[in-house]
Each structure stands twice: as C-alpha cells, then as structure tokens.
Design a protein around this ligand. Structure first.
Ligand code: CS2
Ligand code: MG
Length: 412
C-alpha cells in the first residue's frame, strides 16, 4: 500500500473545507480533514509545499512512523497549521488502513466501548423566548444535550447567536450561526463582560425552569473572561447544574484554571484551540478541567488525540471533542470512531452541516435518538465527491472579533 498520489482539495459548499486525498498503488483512496477556519490556505500551502512531496512513495500502513517523521523532521513543532496538516495525513492513513483491512476505523482502535455517542447541539437566541424556541427545535431534532448561548442586553451581536432570519430560513437547526463570514474583512462585534455576567445566570434559571432538571445544559464563554470573572460565573451557574462551562478564560494560560477551580464546582471544558498534549500538560495533571475539547482535525489526528485522551483518562477527565461545522464531515467521522472506541468518552459536539456540504461529502454515520454512530463502512466511512467539490471554489472568509465600548480589542 504505497502512496502514489497526494492531492489537497479545497471546496466551499456552505463554508471552506480543506481535504487531503491520498491514493495508493493498489487503488485505495484515503481522506483527511485539514480545515483551519479562517486560515485555510495556510494549511493548504503547508501540505502542498512541504508535506505532499514527503508522502509520495511511503508505505501507507506506517501510521505512527509517518506521524513521528512529520512532527520531528520539521524541527518547528506544534502550532495549529502544522498540527492540522499532520492531522489530515493521519486521518487519511487510518482511512486507508481500515479500507485495506475491510473494517471501520473504530475496530482498529480497540472496538466499540459503547453503542453510540451522546451529542450536543447549539441553541441560542437574543431573548428568552427565542432561546426556548431554539431549545425546543433541538429537542425535536433528537438532541438530548444542549448548549445555550444568549444575547446580552445592550450588545448588538454576539458570536454564537443565530439571527432569527437565519433560524427561520433553515427550519430550526440546520443552520450555521457560527460562520467565518465570507468577505474581505472580519466582522466587528461588541462586548461588555459585566452585562454578560449579570445576564447569563438569569437565562439558565429560566431554561432550567422551563425544561426541567434532566437535560444536560452547556455554555461556552469563548475565552472572554479573566480568572476571577470566570470563577464568579462558575459559582453563579452552580444552581443550574451545567454539564460544562467551556473556555471560561483564554486558553494559553493553564495556571489561570487553578483559581477558577478553587471557587466553583461547575465542570470545566477547555482545549478547542489546543494542538498537542503539551498544551494540556498542567491542566490535566492538576485536574483543573473535566473535559478535553480538542478536535481530531486540530490536534495531529487520531494518533495524537488518542494519546491526549489516554493521558486524561488517568485523571478521570473525559472527551468533549470540538465539532462545529468548521470541522468537515471527515474530521467529524474521525471524532466518532475515536469517541466510540475510548473508555473516557464524555460527549460529542455536533452541528449539522449544510445540504451542499452533505452532497460533497457522502457520509455513513447515523444520528438516532440524540446519539451518533460512525457506521460500519470500512475506513472512516466518508467519500469525497471530487466533481461536486469542484463546483464550489474557495471564498475568503474571516472569523469575527470583539471591541469593548471604548474601542479596545477584546477576546471574542
Ligand atoms: C465554538 C466554535 O463550537 C464551539 O465551541 O467555540 O464554534 C469556534 O468558535 C469555531 O470553531 C471557530 O472556528
Ligand atoms: Mg467553543
């Protein structure tokens, strides 16, 4: 199984996706996701200029060796661009190995540890009524666990909140309210931490009263708080029994989580922008988090994220893999195979992709009763329709950013 072709395919059906496609001398095709939202072409260049030439002629069965070779031979380690590129190679190799042996990837990782993966979706709204409607729409679509994001009085637009128009147009939950917006420049949003901290607990109180104690509720603070603000939010949300509070502080400073942890029993999830096990070293060892948020796509693939999660399992820390629509269906499939096989699976984030995306990527996963399963097709179970992909050329897109009322740039 020698790699004799490696192509980097960029397509933008509903949003931009970068896929690495490997073909072997015996005619097998394996694919991997390399999408880095808003910085897609940096990974395309890394792959096309520096990785593809190294792959041609290699034995596709040697997954671990290829991972170590790409990571160590570059000398310049870690970082989202490098690790997304390595992830794409790794996923494509697992896909190929599964296809060559005729088994789904989860079987290669030790087999199923459960029957399906509990998944959560994104409810949101500017008002309590809108949030209730959005939670209901998710429940009707089968979601059993729900993330709740809320508008804040006085703030015009907040990342992660669907506009009503988008919500209606897409009939409930098949919409993307977290797009990197296509266009020449990033959209500017506004932020006020004090208003946010006052408002969020009132929303969770209302949602708990309306939907009862059972439904797991999640919330994402998206790196916007200082440690003491995060500690205060965690405390004020305790009565509403959150499944997790995500990214309460900027993730670079691992030590910050000590202070948060000392003040609140609200479970913490962190890591969607982390790339390696080294980013987690302190927060896992000191048990400062409860869930590892990394995506297979941004953390060096199945090979490396499994090592992170095995390390986390020693401390009873579980997975909560990142799964917004900027993870392609290939990256989502890789997450499902990994999640099904590990013992310390926690929950999987799952936002439905758009219809055009589903035509470009033909998928074998199932979604039943709030649970995902990767399916039984050999490999990852996703096929890229290259002709369909070719209909949607890359479009420049940027994530938004925040400014405070006085014009200061703030974490978004
Ligand atoms: C978010 C993401 O899913 C989440 O929890 O934080 O939507 C994130 O902002 C995007 O993936 C950025 O590309
Ligand atoms: Mg997040």
């Amino acid at each position: 199984m020698i790699i004799d072709r490696a192509e980097v395919i960029v397509t933008s059906p509903d949003r931009n996706f970068v896929t690495l496609r490997l073909t072997t001398d015996d005619g097998l095709v394996g694919i991997g996701d390399a999408t880095l939202n808003g910085r897609e072409l940096a990974v395309v260049a890394y792959l096309a200029e520096h990785v593809v030439p190294l792959l041609l002629g290699r034995d596709a069965h040697r997954i671990e060796d290829t991972w170590q070779f790409l990571y160590r031979s570059a000398y310049w380690r870690r970082g989202p661009v490098t690790m997304a590129a390595i992830a794409a190679v790794d996923m494509a190799l697992w896909d190929l190995k599964g296809k060559s042996l005729g088994v789904p990837v989860y079987q290669l990782l030790g087999g199923a540890s459960r029957t399906g993966l509990l998944a959560y979706g994104h409810a949101s709204g500017k008002t309590t009524e809108e949030i209730f409607d959005s939670v209901r729409a998710h429940q009707e679509q089968g979601y059993r666990a729900i993330r709740v994001q809320t508008g804040v009085p006085g703030l015009k637009s907040i990342y992660g909140i669907a506009s009503n128009a988008t919500f209606e147009a897409n009939k409930g939950v098949r919409y993307d309210h977290e797009p990197a917006q296509r266009g020449a420049l990033p959209a500017q949003e506004d932020w006020d931490t004090r208003s946010y901290l006052r408002h969020v607990p009132t929303v969770f109180e209302a949602v708990r009263n309306e939907f009862g104690p059972e439904v797991p509720l999640l919330h994402d603070a998206h790196h916007r708080l200082t440690p003491i603000q995060a500690a205060s939010l965690g405390k004020s949300l305790e009565p509403y029994d959150l499944f997790w509070l995500e990214d309460c502080t900027p993730a670079e400073n691992q030590e910050a989580l000590r202070l948060v942890r000392q003040h609140t029993t609200t479970p913490l999830a962190i890591g969607e922008i982390f790339n390696t096990v080294w980013d987690y070293q302190q927060i896992i060892r000191e048990q400062l988090i409860d869930y590892v948020r990394s995506a297979v796509t941004h953390t060096g693939g199945i090979t490396h994220l499994k090592k992170v999660l095995d390390y986390a399992s020693q401390y009873q820390i579980k997975s909560g893999m990142h799964g917004p629509t900027d993870i392609s269906p290939v990256g989502m499939a890789a997450a499902m195979h990994l999640g099904l096989s590990i013992h310390n699976f926690g929950i999987q984030e799952y936002m439905k992709h758009g219809e055009k995306t589903d035509r470009v990527f033909q998928q074998s996963f199932t979604w039943e009763d709030g649970m995902l399963h990767p399916g039984e097709k050999p490999g990852l179970g996703v096929e890229l329709d290259v002709d369909e992909a070719g209909k949607y050329p890359y479009q420049q897109a940027y994530l938004p950013y925040n400014r405070l009322h006085d014009g200061t740039v703030h974490d978004w």
